[in-house]
Design a protein around this ligand. Structure first.
Ligand code: SAM
Length: 456
């Protein structure tokens, strides 16, 4: 069974702190975070919002409450298959169809009981409070109380019943990963997805100094990794623009362009700007292009906080008229199946047909990007997808179709920590189960593909 992400707490039988009936929580201080969690989870499961979008508005909460709400929702989504199976088994007639929000409230409560270090009485009592405060769920407060109390009492056997079934990863993804990477690595990927990832940050300078200030560690590639970071905005150095949040694997593609100081570099799918910031911090003259206005607004905010500049353009990169550029980074839109540790909503939002749809979009973007590049210029093509059609196959296609393009294979000596991720062809491939550093919470990184091409 996958180890649940609550290291300090054994999954023993009820510990005598469960509530004896619908009762007031010991403190209502935790209610705003749970209300936000239930609202956000409901918008994700029933309104098709993404995890990211569901938390764009912070409802005026303290950063600590907002961070807790986010953790609850991310945990519920990370363990959604197991939670739904456990809850269904506890309810003879299932969750009421007439009141879908009842299931949401149950998921929020069950995620805390089974997988988070939250006292049972708080998880149950606050869930009952959420239910009572909403007309559509108030009539089910008794049901919610009974189901969650029973779950807390029977935690161990309820979890064991579904532990080995792998319910938290959609079957179509598991099958794809088994085909692409073999059964062992596919299992390692699904295993790491059940764990909450650490906070990864890219620093402008002095990685060791920031690791010490933030209580983190420097990874072999230079990223600073922080465990149990809490509210990001409250951490030292955030407001001063000394660093930005960026997964260790996401920090690699921009660096494959080498020394970009003084060069004109187009970042063609740029928002929210993690790679734009890397390029600008390295001294490039960056043109940051994205077709999403709201996402570009976030990019501009991020650059302002970091005191970095770029020429920001809202445009479709597939038909952009600009350049020619010395170098181009194309971090193309993709299924993002490499990022499920940080974006567990994606596992349930994507469909098998999305792979081919996005692969067609990527092919068009690569072809146009090459047209915007100077002769001799480098294009780094990257996706945060585990699906070969969005990575390896794109490069094979373009190399077969165009004789003005060649691959520039990556070399282990060009960047510290890069060696384990270089494929026999000379591309970059990371998997979420890579970067094993002891316990799962310290390990892993996003699944990325990147290839470096030169226009002859
Ligand atoms: C993977 S995200 C980019 C992440 C970004 N490079 C970073 O490091 O923060 C893909 C981005 O592509 C943008 N996008 C999708 N299709 C596009 C197109 N045709 N032209 C420009 N941008 C596009 C999306 O709005 C999204 O912001």
């Amino acid at each position: 069974m996958k180890a649940p992400s609550r290291p300090n707490r054994p999954h023993g039988p009820a510990r005598g702190n469960g509530p004896r009936g619908p009762q007031r929580p010991a403190t209502s201080a935790g209610l705003p975070a749970r209300l936000l969690a239930a609202d956000a989870l409901d918008r994700i499961l029933r309104g098709n919002a993404s995890l990211e979008d569901a938390f764009i508005h912070d409802a005026g909460l303290e950063p600590r409450d907002r961070a807790l709400a986010f953790r609850i929702v991310a945990t519920a989504l990370r363990r959604l298959g197991t939670l739904r199976a456990v809850l269904t088994a506890l309810m003879e007639r299932g969750a009421p169809k007439s009141a879908p929000k009842v299931e949401t409230v149950l998921l929020v409560g069950a995620a805390q009981i089974l997988f988070m270090d939250v006292p049972d009485h708080a998880a149950v009592g606050l869930s009952v409070d959420i239910a009572r405060g909403d007309n559509s769920t108030a009539g089910f407060a008794g049901l919610i109380n009974a189901v969650l109390r029973r779950l807390a009492r029977e935690r161990e056997e309820r979890l064991a019943a579904f532990a080995t079934l792998g319910l938290d990863t959609p079957e179509w993804l598991r099958q794809r990963w088994t085909k692409a990477y073999g059964p062992e690595r596919a299992k390692a990927i699904t295993d790491i997805l059940s764990h909450e990832p650490a906070l990864d940050i890219t620093v402008k300078s002095d990685a060791a100094g920031w690791a010490e200030k933030l209580g983190g560690e420097v990874l072999p590639t230079g990223t600073v990794r922080v465990l149990q970071a809490g509210a990001v905005r409250a951490l030292p150095g955030y407001e001063d623009g000394e660093w930005w949040v960026q997964d260790a694997a996401a920090a690699l593609p921009a660096r494959l362009l080498g020394d970009v100081a003084g060069k004109s570099v187009a970042d063609l799918c740029a928002a929210p700007g993690g790679k734009t910031a890397q390029l600008a911090a390295a001294g490039a003259k960056v043109t940051a292009v994205d077709r999403s206005g709201p996402r570009l607004a976030r990019l501009s905010e991020n650059l302002a906080r970091l005191k970095l500049t770029a020429d920001v353009r809202e445009a479709d990169a597939a038909s952009l008229k600009a350049g020619p550029f010395d170098a181009i980074l194309l971090d193309a839109p993709c299924t993002a199946t490499g990022t499920l540790r940080r974006h567990p909503d994606i596992a349930w939002a994507k469909r098998p047909s999305d792979v081919a749809t996005l692969a067609a979009v990527q092919a068009g973007l690569i072809d146009h990007a090459l047209d915007l590049l100077k002769s001799g210029g480098l294009l780094v093509y990257a996706t945060c997808s585990l699906e070969p059609e969005e990575g390896e196959a794109q490069v094979a296609r373009v190399l077969a179709a165009r004789n003005d393009v060649e691959r520039v294979p990556l070399k282990p000596e060009e960047m510290e920590g890069l060696a384990p991720y270089i494929t026999p062809e000379g591309d970059l491939r990371t998997l979420p189960c890579d970067l094993v550093r002891g316990e799962p919470e310290r390990s892993g990184l996003d699944g990325f593909f990147a290839a470096r091409l030169r226009k002859r």
